[in-house]
Design a protein around this ligand. Structure first.
Ligand code: 2P0
Length: 316
């Protein structure tokens, strides 16, 4: 027997950037995300008689993180035999998007089904969170909210049940030779910023405003709040008291300037940036081609992909 699950990656509009419990992956803030249709991970689990094995994009890879996560699932769901995990990332590495969200969401779903267990997506989101915080949101399509909670039970994600809207995300890939600071390490450093407390307060307000903007299908408001939230997150990295750093490169900054320019020309375009130099531009389906053209005009070599609002976890 084997079971296959597919989960899509998501981009946070209100960011998760700090852990109050690194073992349970309890975040310091609640977050809101948009799931992307074009970027996903498909994972098949098959029992074997030896040891946990991970084959990613047809290559056998180091299983440490996966093995650790499978042991958490064994603790939570009951013991199961070693598994061969075969995963394909349809998250173009060239787009530089993180795939841990879709990967841990798909793996959680596949293992639970393989064991013949029926669990709600809420319950799966608690499990997926243990693999990677952002994975809790990838069980759901479209807009999801991850409640920070105070313990394992109360920290889960759910769908926002948002109305349909013509939102699009233009992903601008920025090359980087700089060694990336992992998300966990970046969060640890950011929490030493003297501005961290202010950020928590600001995030609480933005979380409320973002939910209202999503329910009102106000894409301009969604973009504007998301951009403020993301830039404040990156300001924490720069002002960290321990090992201040930035994910920005000069190209990141250049793209931010282009986005500002085209916004002044009247186009709806707002930027968000995660744990890397790439810029994701929140816009509408009809404006997306204009954003792509404006970026290509100034930066002809830039690799760009456009993504739309995507679906939640599915099983074959
Ligand atoms: C987010 N990011 O909300 C934030 C914004 C990146 C920037 O969640 O340590 O891979 O595995 O829980 O989920 C990326 O961090 O971190 C992330 P861990 P994760 O999407």
């Amino acid at each position: 027997m084997s079971t296959t699950a597919t989960a899509h990656t998501n981009i946070a509009l209100i960011k998760y950037w700090g852990k109050k419990d690194p073992i349970l992956n309890l975040p310091t803030t609640s977050s809101i995300s948009l799931t992307l249709e074009q970027f996903y991970t498909q994972t098949t689990v098959t029992p074997n008689t030896h040891s946990d094995q991970l084959i990613l994009n047809n290559l056998s890879v180091d299983t440490t993180r996966t093995h650790h996560f499978l042991n958490i699932l064994r603790e939570q769901l009951g013991h199961f035999s070693p598994l061969t995990v075969t995963s394909t990332n349809h998250v173009p590495t060239s787009a530089g998007l993180a795939s841990s969200a879709s990967a841990f969401a798909a793996l959680t779903g596949a293992v639970t089904r393989e064991l013949g267990l029926i669990r709600s997506n809420e319950s799966l989101s608690r499990l997926a969170r243990r693999g990677s915080g952002s994975a809790s949101r990838s069980l759901y399509g479209h807009f999801a909210v991850w409640h920070e909670g105070v313990d394992d039970i109360s920290s889960f994600a759910e769908s926002l049940h948002a109305p349909d809207m013509p939102i699009a995300l233009v992903v601008a890939e920025v090359s980087s030779d700089v060694k990336k600071v992992s998300s966990s390490e970046g969060m640890r450093r950011a929490m030493t910023s003297p501005n961290y407390g202010d950020w928590l307060n600001q995030s609480k307000n933005q979380f409320v405003d973002m939910q209202a903007a999503v329910m009102a299908k106000d894409i301009e408001k969604i973009g504007s709040i998301a951009e403020d939230n993301a830039l404040s997150m990156h300001a924490l990295n720069l002002t960290a008291r321990q090992q201040a750093f930035t994910y920005f490169t000069s190209e990141t900054q250049q793209i931010l300037n282009i986005i500002q320019d085209i916004r002044h020309q009247g186009l709806l375009a707002f930027a968000t940036i995660d744990a890397g130099p790439n810029v994701k531009i929140i816009t509408t389906l009809t404006t997306a081609p204009h954003v792509v053209a404006a970026l290509h005009d100034k930066l002809p070599q830039l690799h760009i992909e456009t993504a739309t609002s995507g679906s939640g976890i599915t099983y074959d």
